[in-house]
Design a protein around this ligand. Structure first.
Ligand SMILES: NC(=O)c1ccc[n+]([C@@H]2O[C@H](COP(=O)([O-])OP(=O)(O)OC[C@H]3O[C@@H](n4cnc5c(N)ncnc54)[C@H](OP(=O)(O)O)[C@@H]3O)[C@@H](O)[C@H]2O)c1
Length: 357
């Protein structure tokens, strides 16, 4: 074992009980093999993202939203320490009670909420409503993002402390995947040392798999620097045509709707000719947000054939639509409307036009 490995193992041995309280239950030891990460299928095609969960007005409505996803077959739930200003993990943990073994819970470390945002977390629903109503306030808060998040930190001690907090908030003794959250080339990230520390945590049963989550370029580069099996979670949408998703290397993808949906709808609504061509090709008026969202999800699922596609919504009724999109892709080779949609987007909305639209 390398010196840094011994250091990591020693520090694990001395700090484990203080850090994590109890040992994971027998049977919750790392089960990388069960997830088949890195070599074959991820267990579930659709994953529900919890980044916007705390925008839903009440805990009752948030639990209803998560239940709706579960009832439609979603078992993969993606969260992070900083989602909902630090409050989303506890909400997901509440939902996971009594069904933990059926769920894949992925969380992340490296971006922590600041003391200010932790104080704000309890009153965030009315605060978010206020921000949503005021573009000026939104712009000011964006400029002052540092008030809400501390600088990114990816050292082993931060990973352990963050995981400990995540386990406590989630009310569980293991997470299925622990991601390094949004690393960038500017960050100080000693990948070998961190990898050893995370592998130690996996061996100790506190996590089943780990990997990198964020923008494709830095995450793919970091992933390539690690020999251990990892999980890669990267941003993807219909305009990311340079990104190749390999059937042999399942990935988790996100960002499918958020940006692309708005851009496509703007481009269609602002140009009568384009709107007419869209109607002629797709038949009827297939340019509603629901139609386009469904086709974007189908596109993402078809391009990531053995991985997991994350989506999110604050509206329970939209979950059924996402589930139907997943069914449409799995039940046939490539649905005809999807093929036509892709052709339309490629001809009418080349990436540059779509990005600057
Ligand atoms: N670094 C990372 O690993 C990273 C980064 C970003 C996100 N994520 C994860 O990925 C998850 C998903 O985030 P995302 O950015 O990929 O979100 P997304 O699913 O691409 O987009 C969500 C947006 O789409 C809208 N939407 C959903 N269904 C719709 C429908 N049927 N019709 C019209 N609009 C619809 C939602 O609005 P409504 O709420 O009004 O439905 C919401 O504004 C996050 O929650 C998070 O867990 C991870």
């Amino acid at each position: 074992m390398s010196k840094s490995g011994i250091r990591a193992a020693n520090s694990m041995a001395t700090t484990r009980s203080a850090l994590f309280g109890s040992q994971p239950r027998a049977g919750s030891e790392p089960r990388l093999d069960r997830l088949h990460i890195g070599c074959s299928k991820l267990p579930h095609r659709l994953g529900f993202g919890c980044a916007g969960l705390m925008r839903v007005a009440s805990s009752r409505a948030r639990q209803r939203l998560l239940s709706e996803a579960f009832d439609h077959g979603v078992r993969h739930f993606d969260v992070a320490r900083m989602y909902g200003l630090g409050a989303a993990e506890a909400e997901l943990g509440k939902f996971a009670r009594g069904r933990r073994e059926q769920l894949v819970i992925a969380t992340k470390f490296g971006i922590e909420t600041s003391a200010t945002s932790s104080r704000l977390a309890r009153v965030q629903t009315p605060a978010r409503a206020l921000v949503a109503r005021s573009p000026a306030l939104r712009a000011t808060l964006k400029r002052r993002a540092a008030v809400f998040h501390r600088p990114h930190r990816y050292d082993p001690a931060t990973a352990r402390a963050s995981l400990e907090l995540s386990l406590r908030e989630l009310g569980t003794d293991y997470v299925d995947i622990l991601f390094v959250h949004d690393p960038s080339p500017r960050d100080d990230l000693q990948v070998a040392e961190l990898g050893e520390a995370l592998a130690d945590l996996a061996r100790a049963g506190y996590l089943r798999a780990w990997g990198f989550a964020g923008e494709p370029e830095p995450c793919i580069a970091l992933d390539a620097a690690v020999t251990a099996p990892t999980v890669l979670q990267i941003r993807d949408d219909i305009f990311a045509r340079g990104l190749r998703l390999d059937r042999d290397r399942p990935r988790v993808t996100f960002g499918i709707l958020a940006d692309a949906l708005g851009r496509i709808l703007i481009q269609i609504s602002h140009d009568e000719g384009r709107r007419a061509r869209w109607r002629n090709t797709m038949g009827g008026d297939r340019a509603t947000p629901e139609d386009v969202a469904s086709l974007l999800l189908q596109d993402a699922l078809a391009r990531n054939p053995s991985g997991t596609v994350l989506f999110s919504t604050t509206r329970p009724e939209r979950i059924a639509l996402a589930a139907r999109a997943a069914e449409a892709v799995s039940s046939s080779h490539e649905p005809v409307p999807l093929r036509m949609f892709r052709q339309l987007v490629a001809c009418e909305l080349p990436p540059d036009l779509a990005r600057h639209g």
